[in-house]
Write a protein that binds this ligand. Structure first.
Ligand SMILES: [Zn+2]
Length: 118
């Protein structure tokens, strides 16, 4: 089971993934946190566990910004536009048209197995 959601704290687009363990009578309330800000974004009764990742699109956006900043390039205006909620939340730092991803965000992505590729 998986579905898309949006963190109501930082507006990051997320996907909640649930895995059933198939244990009879093992239902428990599991919580899933936003990987970037730690806000609880899902509460599900399950006998397994849930994980929360960034949507493919959101992750690609961060990768695009990361690539540009590594090469010292400015991000195009449409990328800056698309990233506005991430910039507002402080997960993408902006100076003019130059965007970069802070180390703590890169670490958060690595923790959920969505590292930015160098
Ligand atoms: Zn969040």
């Amino acid at each position: 089971m998986s579905y898309e959601t949006e963190c109501d704290h930082c507006n990051t687009k997320l996907v909640v993934i649930g895995r059933q363990m198939g244990v009879p009578g093992g239902l428990e309330m599991e919580e899933g946190d936003c990987p970037l800000c730690g806000n609880v974004v899902a509460r599900i009764m399950t006998d397994g566990f849930i994980s929360v990742k960034l949507t493919e699109k959101q992750h690609q956006l961060l990768q695009t910004i990361f690539n540009a900043s590594r090469w010292g390039h400015s991000s195009p205006p449409d990328v800056v536009d698309t990233a506005c909620s991430l910039i507002a939340a402080g997960f993408v730092k902006q100076s003019g048209n130059d965007l970069h991803i802070p180390a703590e965000v890169q670490q958060a992505l690595a923790r959920i197995h969505q590292p930015l590729k160098v």
